[in-house]
Structure formats: C-alpha cells, structure tokens
Design a protein around this ligand. Structure first.
Ligand code: MSP
Length: 510
C-alpha cells in the first residue's frame, strides 16, 4: 500500500527557519514509522519559489529571482540531508515538470467552468501571499502574523469559483478524520459556515510566476501554483510527468502536514480546486501549532529568531528532534526554552535511557564474561507486562500521530525500568553466589528492556536507536520485521557486549 506524506513546500525567501525544521521533523518521524509498519512511503518535500515575496527578496539581494531560487532551493535540499530527513521527492515549483502539471490542471478547472475574470480589491499581505479579511476591523492595517503593513490591491484577476463548492467542503470537513487536531477542525468549520467566497488565482504586474496560457499578462497566484506541487512531485522524476501519471502513481496524498497558519489553503481551497479538476481531495490534513521562544513570538524585529543551523551544529539533530517531538503536542503551540532544552536532553536521553544502558551493560560484562547473561527461563514478570503495555500504547499513539505521547511512553517505560533495577539491587545480590540466577534474570530483563526502548526509538531518533542496538550487540534482530522485533525475549543470551560508550553526551548550560 502507498502512503503519501507531504511537508509544506517552503518559501525560498530565506533559508530554513525553526518552524520549517519543526514541520519537516514531524513528517520525517511519521514517514519512518510508516516504513517500519511496512507501508510503501512516498515522502514529499520541496520549495515554493514563485510570487511577490520571492521576487522582492531577489531584487533586494540584487540578483535575478531564478538565481536566488537556485541558491536557496539548494540550501533547503542540503539542509534536509544534514537533518537526516528521509524525503523521497524534492519538488521545485520552478521546474518544467511542475509547470506542465499546472497547465493541465488549469485546463481541467476551466472545463468545469470554474474560472472567470473579475476585479480583486483588497488588503494583501505579501508575507502570507494572501488577501486578508476585514482589515478595517483591526486598529492598524497590519498582518497579524507578519506584523507588516498590508498593501492595497485593485486589479483584474482570474477567479476560481470556490463558492460553488460550499456543500462539498462542508461534507468533507464533517468527517472528523479529515482535519486534525480538533481545535484546527473547529476553526475551519466556523470559517466555512460563514460562506465561501471565490478567490483570485492570477496576478497582473507580477513577472515571477507561471504565465497563464490564455492571459499572458497574468501569472498564476502563487498558492494556486504551489499546492499543485504535491501532485507534480509524485511523477516529477518521470519523463512524462502529468496529472494522470500522478493519479496512477498514488494521488490522493494520505497526509499533508502543515502549520496552523496555512490551514485554510489546505483544508478548503485545495480540496475544492481538486474536486473541480475531477480529482480526489487529500485524505488528511494535520495542522500543528506555532513555536515561540522563551514565551515570545519569534521575529526578526524582536531579534530572538532561533537559527536552526546553530542548534544543529551545537547539539546535533537528534537532541533537537527529541525536544520538538517529545515536548510539544502537535496540536498546541510550543515554546523553545534553552534551559528546558538542556534539562530534557540530559534527563531523558543521557540519564534515564543512556545511563540505564551504560551501567547495565557494565554490570553484565563484569559478571558474565563480557556477555549478556544466559538465563534458565524468561519467566513472566512485572517488566514484561510494563513493556507490553508501553508498546501497545505507543502504537496507538503513533497511529494517531500523537508523537509526544508516543515519545513519553518510551520515557515512562525507561523510568520504570530504572526503578526496577534500583529496587532489585543486583549489585548487592551478586555478593552471594546463591543469587546468581536471580541476578542473571534481572540483568537480562533490563538489557532486553533497553532493546525494546531502542527499537521504539527508531522512527523518533534513528541514530540514537542505532547506537542503543549496537551497544547491545542486537543488530541481527534488525532483520526481522519491525513489529515482531518488539516481542519480548529476542535479545540473544551469552552474546558478546561491546565496551559501553555514552550514547549521548550531556549538554552544558551556557
Ligand atoms: N509556501 C507556503 C506553503 C505552500 S504548501 C503548498 C508556506 N511556506 S513557509 O515557508 O512560510 O512556511 C512553512 C511552514 O513553516 C508552515 O507549515 C508554517 O506553519 C511553518 N511555520 C512558520 N513559522 C512557524 C513557527 N514559528 N512555528 C512553527 N511553525 C511555523 O507557508
């Protein structure tokens, strides 16, 4: 079965910011999970290169939009490799393949009689590339997201008959699975209930865009163009990239992951455009919250923008992943706090999991000839029950994209294993020979628990997971299918254990 998952296609006005890193990490973790669950995953990411915002950025930098886009698109692609993002397709909206798909799509929408010429008057935010509703109600004509002045536009544009799809969209969003989480869905239900208005899909006075074939002084509105990137990406590496080929190859997408600011485009405009072209809407839209820093909105004017590259170089990608995935619930806004970041990495990864692994391997090596112990029987005990409960909950959480809860489930299990080890005190028991079988069992149970922890970590922290399994000499178990690797008792007995090395270094406050 195919599972198509997409990140937004990022604007190339600047290099990746923490928001784009956050969205992409969520996608990556879900894509990895689905692959482990034996799905044939197509993970699409890419860049959104047209529009006024990009044109202006290029002009300000004194280069052509094309040169600017080539440069920044390359930065994005390289960056995702540095973050160990397992994308399968990277689409650029300036590619010829994409342009072809936009043309084809436009013809289909025209055939449905959904395009007409009208006049677009209103206040426009270049940052959002969006007309804003009722700015007269706000004290200043500023974009609430970008805090920049809106621009007045009054031009002849081509319009898309969104209003015609009122009923279809109402029907679609009735399905509680279509938009998640609930809060996001409610926002959309509320917006749709006020009645959908047609929106303009072309611009005049803007060169940097795909020309509308039958109105050559117009370029396509950047959102009309960019959303189609999800479709063109599917067949983009084929010579004959086309709408039909993308449909044959798996459209509709199973999951669009986006931030809450671009929900309307994905949950309303996009499905309506697709229905108009005779195509299926995506199956699910997952809208995450916004990141703030030390409780404040991040912004250039506030001077508090957190550069993800600095975080990456200083702490490595997995520390950042753990913080973003484990500490922030996808539906809510999340705050990035330096102190909390250091505490979480040290407590969760270095102490609760890393130390547990390290000290138990050391005990096992010391007492059992540098090997895992051999035990007479893997008898049922409290640890097995804890492991199975955690695995069950973890799978349910992951299937419902509650990545924070799934991560916390691993951590809770690790905390309980630490408690078990401390309660059993094998270091005291070993002093008396008659306890040897009991000590063997305790050590085996703890090592096997860390193997389960390592296996559960795989889609969340792939490198950290590899390191755990390597330290346990458990790489061979990797050959089985992932869910079976979660069965208790697969850690081989009397198996060589490599010298333990810390799997993550503790971080310092600065
Ligand atoms: N180009 C459009 C998307 C087109 S999809 C066909 C776009 N690009 S963006 O680069 O501005 O935004 C990309 C993503 O970053 C969005 O999902 C947005 O919600 C997210 N974030 C931007 N700032 C953010 C935070 N401060 N916190 C979390 N995510 C935020 O929109």
């Amino acid at each position: 079965m195919n599972f198509i998952i997409t990140s937004p296609l990022y604007y190339v006005n600047d290099k990746p910011h923490l928001g784009s890193v956050y969205t992409t990490i969520i996608c990556d973790s879900i894509a990895r999970y689905k692959r482990l669950r034996e799905e044939n995953v197509l993970f699409i990411t890419g860049v959104d290169e047209h529009g006024l915002k990009i044109q202006r950025t290029a002009i300000n930098n004194g280069i052509s939009p094309k040169e600017h886009c080539d440069e920044v698109s390359d930065i994005f692609k390289k960056n995702w490799t540095k973050w160990n993002i397992s994308f399968n397709k990277f689409i650029r909206t300036t590619s010829q393949e994409h342009k072809k798909v936009v043309y084809e799509f436009y013809e289909k929408v025209k055939e449905s009689n959904d395009i007409y010429m009208g006049t677009q008057k209103g206040w426009y935010c270049v940052g959002c590339e969006e007309f804003k509703d009722n700015p007269d109600n706000s004290p200043s004509r500023q974009c609430p997201i970008h805090k920049k002045n809106l621009e007045w536009k009054n031009e002849s544009n081509l319009f898309f008959r969104l209003s015609k799809y009122q009923k279809d969209i109402e029907e679609l969003i009735k399905n509680p699975d279509f938009i998640e989480p609930k809060e996001r869905r409610n926002e959309i239900i509320n917006f749709v209930s006020k009645g959908l208005k047609d929106f303009s899909i072309s611009r005049t006075n803007l060169d940097w865009g795909i020309r509308v074939p039958d109105h050559l002084n117009h370029t396509f509105y950047v959102w009309f163009d960019a959303l189609l990137g999800y479709v063109s990406a599917i067949s983009s590496t084929d010579n004959n990239c086309s709408l039909d080929l993308s449909i044959e190859s798996g459209w509709p997408a199973n999951l669009h992951i986006i931030g809450k600011d671009i929900l309307r485009f994905h949950a309303i405009y996009w499905p309506a455009m697709l229905i108009s072209a005779g195509m299926k809407p995506p199956k699910k839209i997952l809208g995450h919250g916004f990141l703030t820093r030390e409780g404040q909105k991040m912004g250039k004017s506030l001077g508090n923008v957190l550069d993800p590259e600095i975080l990456l170089n200083k702490y490595g990608e997995e520390a950042v992943r753990w913080y973003l995935l484990k500490d922030i619930s996808i539906g809510s806004d999340g705050d990035f706090q330096d102190r909390r970041f250091v505490d979480i990495i040290n407590n969760d990864l270095a102490n609760t999991i890393g130390n547990l692994l390290n000290r138990t391997i050391s005990m096992s090596r010391k007492w059992f000839n540098n090997q895992t112990p051999s035990i007479s029987e893997k008898i049922n005990n409290e640890i097995i029950t804890l492991a199975n409960n955690s695995i069950k909950n973890y799978l349910i959480y992951f299937d419902n994209y509650k990545l924070d809860k799934a991560s916390n489930e691993i951590l809770n299990f690790a905390t309980n294993v630490n408690l078990y080890l401390n309660k059993k005190e094998p270091w005291s028991l070993i002093k008396d020979d008659k306890n040897i079988n009991e000590v063997k069992l305790i050590i085996y149970n703890v090592l096997e628990s860390t193997r389960i922890i390592g296996t559960l970590m795989q889609p969340i922290l792939p490198e950290f997971s590899n390191k755990i399994l390597y330290q346990l000499g458990a790489q061979n178990i990797e050959k089985r299918d992932w869910e079976k690797r979660l069965n208790w008792g697969l850690l081989p007995e009397s198996n060589d254990l490599p010298t333990p090395i810390p799997i993550i270094s503790k971080l310092d406050y600065e």
